[in-house]
Design a protein around this ligand. Structure first.
Ligand code: COA
Length: 242
């Protein structure tokens, strides 16, 4: 396993994969094979599991994979960790932003990071929480991104959103509202802010994915005109024994 800027690289018989600790958890690795036309081979994935176990990881995760992409992983011993649903909508017609008295939206700043991560921590279960690095990755995941925070009258961050843009496509990368401030339109205001930004830059479609069981987020997105796509997208995992 070779190292490149903190990223571990596994190379074997012409195939290659990147691995990084999952959101700062040094016992869990995120495995991202470098895309080839036919996807990673079962033999290569087995090799990756052996190498990661030898480096002390006890679990490995994939990024979100479509049904066909999952086949070699399942054959190499991976199982479904989380089922996701992808929702999308066009950007031609957007509803007006809701009234959110006492809350304003502004650009996220470096100094907001600690508060943003605290909100993220309260909003998500351990598996999905972001750390500093994960927030940086969400902001850098697309060529252009918009980071907005929702702030109370006393200057406290009560929610945030990261929206990304790549060409004509937009992505809602991250959305979280402090549990004590939910149900007041903050999530809707953050999403619509991102959608207006995307439309301003001529994006035509926006995508978001969330866990199949995340009924609050699904209700919010569907209420804003997003349509769920076909099922089958999943994050896979495999346990590793030393
Ligand atoms: C999803 C989330 C961002 C919603 O934030 P919010 O500020 O409460 O959202 P809003 O007040 O704008 O709600 C808008 C609509 O979404 C729906 N909704 C939001 N939360 C809901 C819940 N828990 N159950 C059912 N419907 C819900 C409702 O239709 C609501 O409209 P209504 O209040 O008129 O009924 C917030 O619950 C959260 O941070 N969840 C955890 C993190 C998360 O799941 N993020 C999205 C991951 S993709």
């Amino acid at each position: 396993m070779g190292r490149a800027a903190g990223v571990q690289i596994i190379r074997w018989c012409g195939e290659e994969a990147r691995t990084t600790p999952w959101r700062g958890d040094c016992s869990t690795a995120l495995l991202s094979p470098v895309a080839g036309a036919s996807g990673p081979s079962i033999a290569f994935l087995s090799r990756c599991l052996d190498e990661l176990a030898a480096h002390g990881f006890s679990k490995v995760l994939t990024s979100a994979l479509g049904p066909l992409e999952q086949t070699p992983y399942m054959r190499a011993g991976f199982r479904v960790e989380e089922r996701l649903v992808v929702l999308s909508r066009g950007l031609a017609h957007l509803p007006p932003p809701p009234r959110t008295p006492g809350i304003c939206l502004r650009r996220g700043r470096r100094a907001d990071r600690a508060q943003v991560l605290a909100v993220d921590h309260l909003a998500f279960s351990e598996f999905w929480r972001l750390d500093q690095r994960g927030l940086g990755e969400a902001l850098a995941a697309t060529p252009r991104s918009r980071w907005r925070v929702a702030v109370s009258g006393t200057g406290v961050v009560v929610g945030y959103a990261v929206t990304g843009r790549a060409g004509r496509r937009g992505f809602l990368q991250r959305l979280a509202v402090h549990p004590a401030h939910r149900g007041r339109g903050v999530g809707t205001a953050l999403v619509l802010d991102g959608l207006r930004w995307l439309r301003r830059w001529q994006a035509e479609q926006v995508l978001v994915n969330t866990q199949v069981g995340n009924s609050g987020a699904l209700a919010l997105y569907e209420g804003l005109g997003f349509h769920p796509g076909p099922p089958g997208l999943s994050v896979l995992s495999a346990g590793l024994s030393p």
